[in-house]
Design a protein around this ligand. Sequence first.
Ligand code: GTB
Length: 216
Amino acid sequence: MTPIITAFERSPDRGRGLARDMRVRWALEEVGQPYGVRLVSFKAMKEPAHLALHPFGQIPTYEEGDLALFESGAIVFHIAERRWGLLPDDANARARAITWMFAALRTMEPPIVDLGNAKLLERDETWYEQRLPVVEERLRKRLEELSRRVGDADWLDGKFSAGDLLMVSVLLRLKGSGMLDEFPNLSAYVARGEARPAYKRAFNAQLAVFTSTLTK
Ligand code: GTB
């Protein structure tokens, strides 16, 4: 059965691949699983049909037969569990890869989202100039720690895994902020992720959605 995911009808990132359907598309491409996409408007996301799939009225969702999932991390994990290519067979290596999935989503993504939100939503606040360096410093500390661990390795723990897929996905949101450039090994790590054929296919697919909306 071909899984169906949801994505923004008009992504606010203008096709830069920063919305969270991108990581699900990438995972599906890595394992060679064809998929369909249902595009949803901001209005439709808050209506009962979509809320039945996603209690918080967001994208992405994932439907496969009578299974419906939400949360990009859970969806990537499901894909990685069901199909070969994103999690090692060895039990300990698999547990470590899953640990990196959590690290990406729970340790790295929150300060990255905080920085984006501060710049996007808090610019006009009187306390913005005081808060921004605090948010940046908190994130910089995490990046330093991650950079130290990655060192000159290609991937987080041996072969590319779902942990790398999620880590690269969350770090990509820093492109253009200048913060990733402070850590050349992390920039190179992200570039290695972007160079993967599966990443490129996923990126082009979500970009095609944006470019098609330009001609409508
Ligand atoms: N924890 C959930 C998950 O990982 O799946 C979070 C899902 C989520 O945040 N979805 C966002 C959404 O549906 C889209 S990805 N937002 C609509 C809403 O909440 O009403 C977040 C996102 C949006 C836009 C950009 N951008 O423009 O750069 C980047 C990321």
